[in-house]
Design a protein around this ligand. Structure first.
Ligand SMILES: [Zn+2]
Length: 419
């Protein structure tokens, strides 16, 4: 961990020598701005004081004297990516260089140690640590559970209302509900959070249906498999197994549910990569691999149905302390979204424009437009041709500072042998 911290410190020093006057220009690059506009070849993007100050054809944009000029010929520029479901406390500070090297410049932290995350957040703001922009929930609001940490344990509606106020005083960006919260406490929490204008992200509590949660005004529902759990425990449920539940959702019941999400403005974060890693590929029962893969395939059809029904979807990997790798698995999630029928641009938007919309920060993040924070990823290959090209990272621009990947790797190598 210490060596990564050293790496982080060195990373701070890297761009300083390269940038005399704090401005940067990426020239002759193909800009994929993620607004939905077609890619614009031979463009120049100018950055000053951490923000985008000009975007346009290379022969028309003037470059400020003394700017650090990066020739983007043959390369592609996309907005920095957001992982909208991660757990930094579990992943530890080792996650930061991985996230940045993989172009993840924003993270929605879905439950962790608030004081620790706020410590990291202020180091990142001050520039003493390299890391993403963080939106955080602080502790999970959950029912009684054994062997878990960073929980605000809530048993009753009264405790749920108090939890909303406690978290508001602590200044959390949103509330994260987990699956053991009793239903009556969940509905009381939703009621109080609405009055207090705090968004709530939900890992569906046992006994609450996805439709009820959507109607109660949750900001986002997490994990595709929860719509099948919902079909097993909703009132009047007929499905008895996960297989039956997923089949039910593939029919009119699912269609109606997803239209409801769209109507209510309920966002969805499927975390397909976490399901694949945790429930499909990781098992000591090889005989059940076929059926598990079948459920996974059908769940991907559910995501395709949601997308067609107009549900707003965001990319999240659920990186924590098991299975998923920070940064790298966001790219796997984007590839899975394309397998669900998203165009590569729609998959990119699930990690750029959509998070900005969800957070109400489209003037700040999510696209390559004048005035936005200069969090950008320079790619060697076109991600619209093949989504796997988001992994062909040449450099990352973070808050206007330019980090070539080759030098990050060289520094990592140099530090690898040091205590
Ligand atoms: Zn999670």
């Amino acid at each position: 961990m210490r060596k990564w911290f050293l790496l982080s410190c060195l990373l701070c020093l890297l761009p300083a020598s390269a940038q005399q006057n704090n401005s940067l220009a990426v020239t002759h690059v193909t800009v994929i701005d993620c607004t939905g506009a077609p890619p614009r070849p031979n463009s120049t993007v100018v950055i000053a004081s951490g923000h985008i100050t000009a975007v346009g054809p290379s022969d028309r944009v003037s470059i400020p004297a003394g700017a650090h000029v990066v020739d983007g010929s043959g390369k592609f520029l996309i907005p920095g990516l957001w992982d909208m479901h991660g757990h930094l406390t579990d992943a530890t500070e080792d996650a930061f260089p991985l996230l940045i090297m993989n172009g993840v410049t924003g993270v929605r932290d879905m439950g962790g140690d608030l004081a620790q995350i706020d410590g990291w957040r202020s180091e990142i703001e001050k520039g003493t640590r390299i890391g993403p922009y963080i939106i955080r929930a602080g502790p999970f609001v959950d029912g009684p559970k054994e062997g878990v940490t960073n929980r605000l344990t809530v048993r009753t509606p009264e405790e749920a209302r108090r939890a909303v106020h406690d978290l508001k005083v602590k200044g959390v960006d949103f509330i994260k509900v987990h699956n053991a919260l009793p239903p009556d406490a969940f509905f009381a929490l939703m009621d109080e959070a609405r009055k207090e204008h705090i968004p709530v992200a939900v890992h569906l509590p046992q006994g609450v249906s996805s439709a009820e949660a959507s109607d109660a005004g949750v900001a986002s529902l997490e994990h595709v498999e929860t719509v099948n759990e919902s079909a097993l425990w909703r009132k009047g449920a007929t499905a008895k197994t996960v297989e039956q539940a997923v089949d039910e959702n593939l029919g009119p019941a699912g269609q109606q549910l997803f239209e409801r999400f769209a109507r209510n403005g309920t966002w969805f974060v499927p975390t397909l990569v976490a399901y694949e890693r945790g429930f499909v590929l990781w098992s000591n029962d090889p005989a059940s691999l076929g059926p598990r893969l079948d459920v996974e395939r059908k769940q991907m059809e559910l995501v395709a149905m949601m997308h067609k029904a107009g549900v707003q979807i965001m990319a999240g990997s659920d990186f924590s302390d098991w299975g998923m790798v920070p940064g790298i698995d966001l790219h796997n999630e984007l590839a899975l979204l394309v397998e669900c029928g998203f165009t590569p641009l729609e998959a990119l938007q699930a990690a750029t424009l959509n998070p900005a919309k969800f957070l109400g920060k489209t003037e700040t993040f999510g696209t390559i437009q004048v005035g936005r924070v200069a969090d950008l990823v320079l790619l060697d290959m076109n991600p619209l041709e093949d989504i796997s090209h988001t992994r062909k990272i040449n450099a990352v621009v973070l808050g206007g500072k330019f980090y070539p990947l080759a030098s990050i790797r060289a520094q990592a190598l140099q530090n690898a042998g040091k205590p």
